[in-house]
Design a protein around this ligand. Sequence first.
Ligand code: PLP
Length: 403
Amino acid sequence: MLNINKNFKKLPGAYLFSTVARLAEEYQKAHPERELIKMSIGDVTRPIAPSVVRAMETAAHEMGTAEGFRGYGPEQGYEFLRSAIIKNDYISRGIELDTSEVFVSDGAKSDCGNIGDIFGIDNIVAVCDPVYPVYVDTNAMAGRAGDYKEGRWSRLVYMPCTAETGFLPELPKTSVDIIYLCFPNNPTGAAATRVQLKKWVDYAKDCGAVILYDSAYEAFITDPDIPHSIYEIDGAKECAIEFRSFSKTAGFTGMRCAYTIVPHELKCDGAELNALWNRRQCTKFNGVPYVIQRAAEAVYSPDGQRETRAAIEYYLENAKIIRTALSAAGLSVCGGENAPYIWAKAPKNMGSWDFFNEILNKTGVVTTPGAGFGPSGEGYIRLTAFSTREHTQKAMELLGNIL
Ligand code: PLP
């Protein structure tokens, strides 16, 4: 008799962003004359850089010739892209890596979720609260999170990131095995300095835990004290896996290309995690399209760097507009300086969903309720800087009127 994975039955309702999308759609149906302004989902709006498009065109033409055609590529990614990643994202910051430590993939979302395949089910997982829901839900699907009761998973260790902690997690008081960290953070926009991150690396090494470090938003860092990679911290190669993505760095959300670093120094139970991840990828993944990998390589060309940097600056300017407008309206805000997210406290102790609904119904602006990111997100909303300049300005004007 067929069985399903019973862990799926434990998952609460719909994925946060589907619920937000449904409510926005209902609002639009009820008010077809009003404009809906989405400041909610973290998707980019700037087009792909011209030099990246040219690289894709060249690669597409190559694929149409007998000499240039390529079938299945290496599961770990083409050498040309892995080398470009090391040269531009790591050697430039004093970090040495071997190409065998770089795994090109179709997304940091997939990698953050799939990485669980190489870890035992009985490991204790620690997550920031609030948190990018993928870390929680993928562990719940695997059976590592326990049961869901009153908004919390019984086997997860929640690390509250609140105004009192400066929106950064504190070291867990109980023993944990897998620690998800994400800086600059989604959803709070907070970022950890080198000194703060060193504390985590020392802790993980002391207790034999692994840090799963998601730096999907490193391109938004403006403060020189904030590290772009966890490997800028001594000892991190022995305890951390790093996830990066071209999605927000170069507008690749619809193109799908990311990479994960698994250093050879990282060992557990006498096994190199690099070998396990390689085995996992070779079995379950057949690589990113050649055309897309050539596009990602072009991000590192001088033109690619200039053009993609211009898009990041555009989003950072949006972030500044949001921060300034919300602060002027009297809200407490975090983020928006080294991150494309702004985390704002609802006024008058309102709940997240109430504040979300009030903004939507009075202005047509769609935000994301903080409570959807975890218990400590209650009372907050998240806004993203990925909208167009026009929409960002209009949304802030509308919010200013009602706040
Ligand atoms: N990691 C974080 C923290 C994110 O916020 C997102 C997307 O919103 C991702 C990963 C997904 O990245 P990708 O598009 O590479 O799957």
